[in-house]
Ligand binder design. Structure first.
Ligand code: G3I
Length: 332
């Protein structure tokens, strides 16, 4: 029998087993760990399968878009919480933790934020937004991505409308702490999973914040990667360890793995599974790594759907990557 046919049969068998195995959430809960997914709340109403699998497989949710400034405060001082509330209710009903995303980001800001503001005005805008949003969900959001992607790919702080306010990063954390003393406050970024100049810059930034007594509790590594990503090659475990030594909690926050590249489809699916497995192992091997969140969960709904980056296919069938996470979570 040709090798391709064998590997296809093996994959089908593994998939059948995966469907009957324990949900990821049950495995995560056994080890006091959180497995999460980014969610578009409107889909909870539109697609029963979306809601069913989400509640079955995950014990943490994060708003993919609906808690960003552009979604919440389209006009200055006017908030629309309908979809964010929907997500909160779903999470509560299904006993899921919630990650809030995000309070300071240079993207997806409403148009009015690009006006010209004095430092005092910007401070008032930031204060009002954080008090309103974090305050509304006080005690119900376990983790907030307070600052997202402040460091650019050139390892310098990015231009942002917030920068008119000196120390806007620090202020955002302090305001978030005031608004909800229980929530754990995170800095979140991409391209910093491994050792390298961007990760060095983030390390220096967070170390400085800690030294100045800024209320920072954790760091999120997004892990938007492709099949070429290897945690070993970028020394991810070593990188996580240095952040852990700052006393920070560590989360994988937005993982997805683009399927595009050379090789047969079966080979690429297998390689994708391997990347997920390896990142999960690195996280589980780091005592301070407490949560692993995917940026979506089905290829039917992803910011990069065309490259099938998630662990369920577009028909909600588990892919080899699902099985890889299931196995990694089952290992002692
Ligand atoms: O909601 C509007 C809709 O009303 C309109 O008709 C449609 C037309 O384009 O746009 C819709 O908004 C889009 C939104 O996603 C919701 O689907 C925006 O155009 C689009 O820009 C937005 O993209 C999101 C992106 O952040 C914004 O920069 C992606 O869905 C979201 O996955 C992505 O998430 C980011 C994280 O927040 C931070 N880390 C990187 C990650 C991936 O880029």
């Amino acid at each position: 029998m040709p090798f391709r046919l064998w590997s296809l049969m093996l994959m089908c068998l593994l998939m059948a087993l995966a469907q009957s195995g324990p949900p990821l959430r049950a495995l995560a809960e056994k080890r006091n760990f959180q497995i999460g997914a980014a969610v578009e709340p409107s889909l909870l109403l539109q697609e029963p399968e979306y809601a069913r699998i989400l509640a079955q497989e995950f014990n943490l949710v994060v708003a993919e878009n609906v808690m960003k400034w552009g979604a919440l405060q389209t006009s200055r001082g006017q908030y629309n919480f309908a979809l964010a509330d929907l997500l909160m209710d779903f999470a509560q009903k299904n006993r899921m933790a919630v990650r809030g995303h995000t309070l300071v980001w240079h993207q997806q800001l409403p148009r009015w934020m690009y006006g010209s503001f004095s430092p005092a005005e910007m401070e008032a805008i930031l204060r009002e937004h954080i008090q309103t949003v974090v305050g509304r969900y006080r005690g119900r959001i376990a983790y907030w991505d307070v600052v997202n992607e402040a460091v650019g790919d050139d390892a310098k702080l990015r231009p942002t409308p917030f920068e008119v306010l000196p120390d806007y990063l620090e202020k955002a954390f302090r305001l978030a702490r005031e608004a909800d003393p229980q929530a754990k406050l995170f800095y979140n970024d991409y391209g910093a999973e491994g050792l390298g100049p961007k990760s060095d810059a983030i390390y220096a930034l967070l170390k400085g914040l800690k030294e100045r007594g800024v209320p920072l509790d954790g760091v999120g590594f997004q892990v938007h990667v492709d099949l070429g990503f290897s945690p070993g090659a970028v020394r991810m475990a070593e990188n996580l360890e240095r952040f852990a030594r700052l006393g920070l909690e560590i989360h994988i926050t937005e993982m997805d793995v683009r399927l595009s590249g050379p090789g047969s489809r079966a080979e690429r699916l297998e390689k994708q599974a391997q990347v997920y497995r390896e990142v999960m192992r690195v996280c589980l091997g780091q005592p301070r790594c407490k949560a692993f969140t995917l940026w979506g969960f089905t290829d039917a709904h992803s910011w990069r759907s065309a490259s099938e980056p998630l662990i369920f296919d577009a028909d909600y069938k588990p892919k080899p990557a699902y099985l890889a996470l299931q196995q990694a979570l089952q290992r002692p």
